[in-house]
Design a protein around this ligand. Structure first.
Ligand code: AHM
Ligand code: MG
Length: 322
C-alpha cells in the first residue's frame, strides 16, 4: 500500500484531520527531495562541509543541515502548519498559515555522519497549535515519525489514534513510499544495546551499575551475554530497535553541559519516545517517562533511555533507588 492510500484511509475513517494528512504527505515529498539531494548533489558537493555557522545549540552546521531544513520549510509552507519549530533555529518560524498544527523538526539528525556516508535522517513531531508557540508535552503529540536516508530511505510513522507505528520504504523507481510489514512491536526482552561507551567515566551511578551487569554477561545479574551497536545517528539506532528490538541510551553525564545528555526533548526525544511507546517499549529520562515532561523551553535537552521494556524497567528502578 502506498503512503497516500494509507493516509486516505485514515482520512476516510476520521482518525486524522485533512491538515494532518496533508502535512505528512508534504513531509514525505520533502524526504524524497532530500534523498535526491544526497544521491545527486552529493557527487559534486561536499554535503558534510561546515558552513561556518552554528545552530541554536551551538553545533557547527553542515551543508546538508541547511539544505534539508530549506527543503522541509518550503514543503511545509504549502500546508496548514502555523509554526515550524526547527532544531536549527532559535525561534519558531511563523508560516503565515492559519492552521491548527505546529511541526517540530530535526531536519538532519546525525550531522556528524553526513561526510562519511552513514545513515542520517529527519525527525518530525506534529503538535496542536498553542497560543504562544511553545511545545506541548510529548503525550499530546498529534503524530510523530522519522525518515532515514541510508541504503534505503525509510519512514516510521504513528498518529495519536494508532495502537502501533507503521513503517514504509521509498520505492525510488516511482518515488512512492510503500508500507512494509505489519504493526511495529519492540520485544520486551533484548540482548542488544546502543550507548556511546567512550563517555563511561562520566556516567552517573545508575547507568554505571546497569552497564556493570550487562558487561558481566553470563556471570552478571542479568545472566546473559549482550552485544553492542552504536551508529551515532539516533534515527539509525532507533530504526534498528523498531526492526529487531534493543535499547538506546544517551544518558546525562558529568561532562560540562551534559547533565541532561545531548538530545533535545522537542525535536528528538519526544517524537521517538512517542513511537517507542506505541510499539510497546518504554522511554524514560531516568525516573520519569519522557512523554510526561512539560517542556520549559524549545531547545531543552533530556537524558534518553528507551527501548525494550524489561531493560528500561531495570534502568528506571536503578534511577529511582539512587
Ligand atoms: P545532531 O542532531 O546534531 O546530529 O545530534 C544528535 C546526534 C544523535 O543522532 C546521536 O545519537 C548523537 O548525536 C551522537 O552524539 P555523540 O557524538 O556524543 O555520541
Ligand atoms: Mg538530531
Amino acid at each position: 500500500m502506498q503512503l497516500q492510500e494509507y493516509i486516505n484511509r485514515r482520512l476516510a475513517d476520521g482518525s486524522i484531520t485533512t491538515d494532518i494528512g496533508m502535512i505528512i504527505s508534504h513531509l514525505a515529498d520533502a524526504a524524497i527531495a532530500i534523498t535526491q539531494t544526497i544521491r545527486v548533489s552529493g557527487i559534486e558537493e561536499d554535503l558534510g562541509a561546515e558552513t561556518g555557522a552554528a545552530n541554536a545549540d551551538g553545533d557547527e552546521q553542515k551543508a546538508l543541515d541547511v539544505m534539508a531544513e530549506e527543503i522541509i520549510i518550503t514543503h511545509l509552507k504549502n500546508t496548514a502548519t502555523s509554526h515550524i519549530l526547527s532544531e536549527e533555529q532559535d525561534a519558531p518560524i511563523a508560516t503565515g498559515q492559519d492552521g491548527k498544527v505546529m511541526v517540530a523538526i530535526d531536519p538532519l539528525d546525525g550531522s556528524s555522519n553526513i561526510a562519511v556516508n552513514v545513515t542520517v535522517g529527519t525527525i518530525f513531531s506534529l503538535m496542536p497549535r498553542q497560543d504562544a508557540p511553545v511545545a506541548c508535552a510529548g503525550r499530546d503529540q498529534l503524530a510523530a515519525g522519522f525518515f532515514t536516508y541510508g541504503p534505503q530511505t525509510t519512514l516510521i510513522l504513528a498518529f495519536a489514534s494508532d495502537s502501533a507505528p507503521q513503517c514504509f520504504v521509498l520505492d525510488e523507481r516511482n518515488q512512492q513510499f510503500i508500507a512494509m510489514g505489519g504493526a511495529v512491536e519492540i520485544p520486551p526482552e533484548t540482548n542488544e544495546y546502543a550507548i556511546n561507551a567512550a563517555y563511561s567515566e562520566h556516567w552517573f551511578a545508575p547507568v554505571q551499575e546497569w552497564m556493570g551487569h550487562v558487561l558481566a554477561g553470563h556471570a552478571g545479574a542479568y545472566g546473559k551475554p549482550y552485544r553492542m551497536r552504536w551508529v551515532g545517528s539516533m534515527v539509525a539506532d532507533a530504526w534498528r530497535i523498531f526492526q529487531r528490538g534493543g535499547v538506546f541510551l544517551y544518558p546525562g553525564d558529568n561532562r560540562k553541559g551534559y547533565a541532561d545528555g545531548r538530545l533535545r526533548l522537542v525535536y528528538e526525544a519526544n517524537p521517538i519516545s512517542f513511537l517507542v511507546e506505541k510499539a510497546g517499549g518504554m522511554a524514560i529520562n531516568g525516573c520519569e517517562d519522557i512523554l510526561d515532561i512539560q517542556p520549559q523551553s524549545l531547545h531543552q535537552r533530556t537524558p534518553v533511555i528507551l527501548g525494550a521494556k524489561q531493560e528500561i524497567t531495570r534502568l528506571k528502578a536503578l534511577h529511582l533507588n539512587k
